[in-house]
Design a protein around this ligand. Structure first.
Ligand code: AHR
Length: 659
C-alpha cells in the first residue's frame, strides 16, 4: 500500500475543532469535577422515581447523613424555619443528650484522604441551646485520620437565630479509604447545621478536582459545551437547568434533582434506579463553567432550554405564544450580558461581584439541546424566535442549532432542510448545526466519508458522538480499543472536512466508577484517581496534533479505506511537519509506503526522522481504575525508511518534516 503525501494545502483546520462536551451525567459535577466531598451538603436531596409523564421527587433531606453509632445516638431532625438561604430551606437540627454524640456524612462511597494533604472544611451552625466545642473529623470505625476542634460561638440570649460560618482545615495523618466525615458535640445540647462542605486545599480555583482538570487541559480543548445534554431540558420543565439559579453565592443556589436519577427506570426496578438520589447542588454553575473555560483555554459554548422538557422523556412544553416563553428568550439575552456585559449592567454586575469584572468572551450559544421538530414541539419556531431576539441585540453571537438525536432519520433531514433554507435568507441565521450519533463501531468505519458531500453553507457541530461496542450502566469495558479505533477512523473524515465540520466533541465526558448511568465515556474516575480511556487517547492525539491545514489526499483515502486503513494528512505550519493520522483496523500489521512531492510536484526527500505516537492492542482491550494504563500511547522517533509500519489494530500519528 502506498500514499502520495502532497504538500498541497486544502482547507484551514479551525482552532476550535476538537472540544469538550460536559454534562452532569455519571456524577460528573457533584461527586466529580466539583471537588465537594460532602454528599447532600445543604440537606435538600430528593429520592426520584417514575416513568415518562409521571416522574416524582420525594424529599429525603437527611440522605447520606446518620447519627454516629454509640450506646445512645443523638437526634437528627431535618427542619425548616429560618435557613441560611431561603432557596435551600432545610437544615439539620441535631440534639445530643451527652458529650461525644455526633453525626456523619457517608460522602458517596466514603472519604478518601491522602497522608499530608489538607482539606478545607466549612459549615454554618446555630447554637440553639449549646455552649461548647465541636470536633470535626474524618474517621472509620472509631479510627481518626484527621481532626480539628471548632469553638462554638454562642450568640447572646434572644439572638440565637444567628447563623455563624465556621471554617477549619483538616490535615490527613495518614491515608484513609471509605471513611466518613463527622461532627461531634462535646456536651449535651442542640445545634443546627447547614451547608457543610469539605474541599481538598489543592482544588483548582478552590473548587475543581485538580486531577480531572489536568486531564481536560491535556486535551487542548477548542471549546467547552455545557451544561448538557438532557439536563438542559430536564425530565420535566420544573427540573430543567436554569442558569440564573446557578450563579451568585453557592448557598443561595436552589438544589435540584438530576434528570439522570431517572435513567432506565423500569417495571423491573420498580421505576426506581440505583441513582435515585442523584441531585444537583449547582455548586458548579455557569460562573464556574466560564471559569473552567478560562482554565483550560476553551471557548465557552453554553446551551439553553427553549421551553421544551426532554423530548424523549416528556411531552411538557411552554407554547411559543405563551408569555412564559418570553422568559426563556430573556434568559438567553441575559446570559450574553452575564458573560460579556460591563460591570455596570445588571448581569455583568452579578459576574463582577462574583469575582470576574472582565468579560468571559462568549461568542457562541446553543439554542436547545437535542431538539427536533414535531407539530407539537415547533422547535423551528422556537429557534427562529431566539435567533431574532439574540441577533437583534448581539449580531456577532454565533448560534448553534440542533439536528435532533440521530443522523439517520427524517428528523435529521428535516432539520437540515430548515437551516439551509433559512441560511439562504439570512446570513448569520445559524453558525453550526449540532448532530448527535452514538453508533456501533462498524458505522463509524463505514462512514469516514460522511461529510465529504455535505453542502458547505451551514457548518456542522458534531456535538455528541461515540462508538458503542457495548453499552450499559457502569461498564468500563464499553470503552474498548475497538471503539476508539472506529472514532479515530471517523475523525480522519472530520478533519479532512473541517471546512464544514467546525466543532466536534465526544460524549459523555466523565464517568464516576460505580455511579455511571451511561457507558462508554471519555474519562473515568473514582474518589482517588482518574484515567483516560482509549477514546481519550484518540482525542488527545487529534487535539495535540491538529495541524493548521489539511493536505490534499485526492481520493487516496477511499482506496485505503477498502483495505481497512484510514488516513488524514495535515500541515503544522509552526514546525513545518506533515502530520499523518493512520488507523489500521486489520488483525495483521501493515506497511504504508510514503511517497512525497515537493513544491513543484517532484519527489522530495523528507528529513530522516519521523516522530511516531501509537495506540495499539487487542480490539477488546480497555482501561480500568485498577489498570489505567493498559491501553496508552507509546512514542518513538525513527529513521524514515520510505514507509510506516502499522501494527495490527492501531492508531498512529506520524510527524514527518517534508520540506
Ligand atoms: O450524552 C448523553 C445524552 O445523549 C445527552 O444528555 C443527550 O443530549 C443525548 O441524548
Amino acid at each position: 500500500m502506498q500514499l502520495l503525501l502532497s504538500n498541497r494545502r486544502e482547507v484551514p483546520i479551525p482552532r476550535e475543532l476538537f472540544g469538550l462536551f460536559f454534562e452532569d451525567i455519571n456524577y460528573a459535577a457533584d461527586g466529580g469535577l466539583y471537588a465537594e466531598m460532602i454528599e447532600n451538603r445543604s440537606f435538600e436531596f430528593f429520592d426520584c422515581g417514575g416513568d415518562r409523564g409521571d416522574y416524582y421527587a420525594v424529599p429525603d433531606y437527611g440522605y447520606a447523613w446518620s447519627p454516629l453509632p454509640g450506646r445512645q445516638a443523638g437526634k437528627m431532625e431535618y427542619v425548616t424555619g429560618s435557613p441560611v438561604a431561603p432557596k435551600n430551606p432545610h437544615y439539620l437540627r441535631f440534639t445530643a443528650s451527652c458529650s461525644g454524640q455526633g453525626f456523619f456524612n457517608r460522602a458517596y462511597r466514603g472519604i478518601f484522604l491522602e497522608k499530608g494533604k489538607q482539606y478545607r472544611v466549612s459549615f454554618y451552625a446555630r447554637m440553639a441551646s449549646f455552649s461548647g466545642d465541636l470536633s470535626v473529623s474524618v474517621q472509620k470505625e472509631g479510627r481518626i485520620f484527621a481532626q480539628a476542634q471548632v469553638r462554638g460561638i454562642h450568640a447572646p440570649e434572644g439572638t440565637w437565630q444567628k447563623w455563624n460560618r465556621y471554617e477549619t482545615v483538616l490535615t490527613a495523618k495518614e491515608d484513609a479509604k471509605n471513611a466518613v466525615f463527622a461532627i461531634v458535640l462535646d456536651g449535651p445540647g442542640t445545634v443546627e447545621f447547614d451547608f457543610v462542605s469539605m474541599m481538598p486545599q489543592d482544588a483548582l480555583a478552590g473548587i475543581f478536582r485538580r486531577d480531572l482538570v489536568e486531564l481536560l487541559k491535556e486535551l487542548k480543548p477548542g471549546f467547552l459545551r455545557f451544561p448538557g445534554g438532557c439536563i438542559v431540558e430536564g425530565n420535566t420543565l420544573e427540573n430543567r437547568y436554569r442558569w440564573k439559579e446557578s450563579v451568585g453565592r453557592p448557598e443561595g443556589r436552589r438544589a435540584n434533582f438530576n434528570r439522570w436519577a431517572l435513567h432506565e427506570t423500569s417495571a423491573q426496578n420498580g421505576w426506581h434506579s440505583p441513582y435515585s438520589h442523584y441531585n444537583q447542588t449547582l455548586g458548579l454553575g455557569f460562573y464556574e463553567y466560564f471559569l473552567l473555560c478560562e482554565l483550560i483555554g476553551a471557548s465557552p459554548l453554553p446551551v439553553l432550554n427553549v421551553g421544551l422538557a426532554c423530548q424523549f422523556q416528556s411531552f411538557e412544553l411552554v407554547e411559543t405564544d405563551d408569555p412564559a416563553f418570553g422568559e426563556f428568550v430573556q434568559d438567553a439575552l441575559d446570559l450574553v450580558e452575564f458573560a460579556n456585559g460591563t460591570p455596570d449592567t445588571f448581569w455583568g454586575g452579578v459576574r463582577a461581584r462574583m469575582g470576574h469584572p472582565a468579560p468571559f468572551g462568549l461568542t457562541m450559544v446553543g439554542i436547545g439541546n437535542e431538539q427536533w421538530q414535531t407539530q407539537e414541539s415547533d422547535f423551528f419556531g422556537r429557534y427562529e424566535a431566539f435567533e431574532k431576539a439574540i441577533h437583534e441585540k448581539y449580531p456577532e453571537i454565533r448560534l448553534i442549532g440542533s439536528a435532533g438525536p440521530d443522523v439517520t432519520t427524517g428528523r435529521h433531514t428535516m432539520a437540515w432542510e430548515f437551516y439551509r433554507k433559512k441560511a439562504g435568507e439570512k446570513k448569520n441565521f445559524c453558525y453550526a448545526v449540532d448532530e448527535h450519533y452514538y453508533m456501533e463501531p462498524e458505522w463509524f468505519f463505514a462512514h469516514t466519508d460522511f461529510y465529504d458531500r455535505y453542502p458547505r453553507d451551514v457548518k456542522v457541530f458534531s456535538g455528541e458522538y461515540a462508538a458503542h461496542p457495548q453499552k450499559g450502566m457502569n461498564n468500563p469495558k464499553a470503552n474498548s480499543l475497538e471503539g476508539a479505533l472506529a472514532e479515530a477512523a471517523f475523525l480522519t473524515g472530520v478533519e479532512r472536512n473541517s471546512d464544514v465540520v467546525v466543532l466536534a466533541s465526544y460524549a459523555p465526558l466523565f464517568a464516576r466508577d460505580g455511579y455511571t448511568q451511561w457507558s462508554p465515556d471519555l474519562i473515568w474516575f473514582d474518589e482517588k484517581s482518574a484515567y483516560g480511556t482509549p477514546s481519550y487517547w484518540v482525542q488527545k492525539l487529534y487535539a495535540q496534533n491538529r495541524g493548521d491545514w489539511t493536505l490534499a489526499l485526492s481520493g487516496q483515502e477511499k482506496a485505503l479505506a477498502q483495505e481497512g486503513i484510514y488516513v488524514s494528512a495535515s500541515l503544522d505550519e509552526t514546525t513545518g511537519e506533515a502530520i499523518l493520522k493512520i488507523v489500521n483496523r486489520n488483525p495483521q500489521k501493515k506497511r504504508l509506503e510514503i511517497k512525497t512531492e515537493d513544491r513543484n510536484g517532484q519527489n522530495a526527500v523528507p528529513e530522516r526522522t519521523v516522530r511516531i505516537q501509537e495506540l495499539a492492542g487487542q480490539p477488546e482491550d480497555y482501561n480500568c481504575i485498577h489498570e489505567p494504563g493498559r491501553v496508552k500511547v507509546k512514542e518513538r522517533t525513527q529513521e524514515f525508511d520510505g514507509g510506516i509500519d502499522l501494527p495490527a489494530h492501531s492508531f498512529l500519528v506520524a510527524r514527518i518534516r517534508l520540506f
